[in-house]
Design a protein around this ligand. Structure first.
Ligand code: ZN
Length: 130
């Protein structure tokens, strides 16, 4: 879902996961603090692509603060850090809880999120999981 270059995007960032070869570009159309539209393009494994797809559906219409909060919960879930997010709060994103058992795959699942956050912050440099 939302696999396209976003016309009218006013933020974007690129991310790479050298360990797996995943590459992603995340596009945002911010309207003030709100994510009006979000899309991505890239190539990589099924985990990174599906994580990006679900991320875009989860974040559309969210505020910057809500997106950062969801990033933190998702990150805690896939890394097993923090207090462990409540799967109910993560909705469909909870399907990625299983990658916690596979450290290499954690980077695949979190790459789209790190890239999205860089785009939110308006950073120009590319994100790397290394
Ligand atoms: Zn991957």
């Amino acid at each position: 879902r939302n696999f396209q270059r976003l016309e009218g995007a006013n933020r974007h960032a690129e991310g790479h996961n050298p360990l797996c070869g995943d590459q992603i570009t995340v596009y945002l159309h911010m309207d003030g603090e709100v994510i009006r539209e979000i899309s991505f393009q890239g190539a990589g494994c099924a985990i990174s692509q599906s994580a990006a797809s679900l991320m875009t559906t989860a974040l559309k219409g969210k505020t910057k603060a809500e997106a950062q909060e969801l990033f933190a919960k998702f990150h805690d879930m896939v890394t097993g850090e923090g207090n462990g997010a409540d799967p109910m709060e993560l909705g469909k994103l909870a399907v990625f809880a299983g990658v916690r058992e596979f450290p290499v795959r954690v980077k695949c699942a979190s790459l789209p999120w790190h890239t999205m956050r860089a785009a939110l912050d308006g950073k120009d440099e590319a994100v790397s999981t290394e």
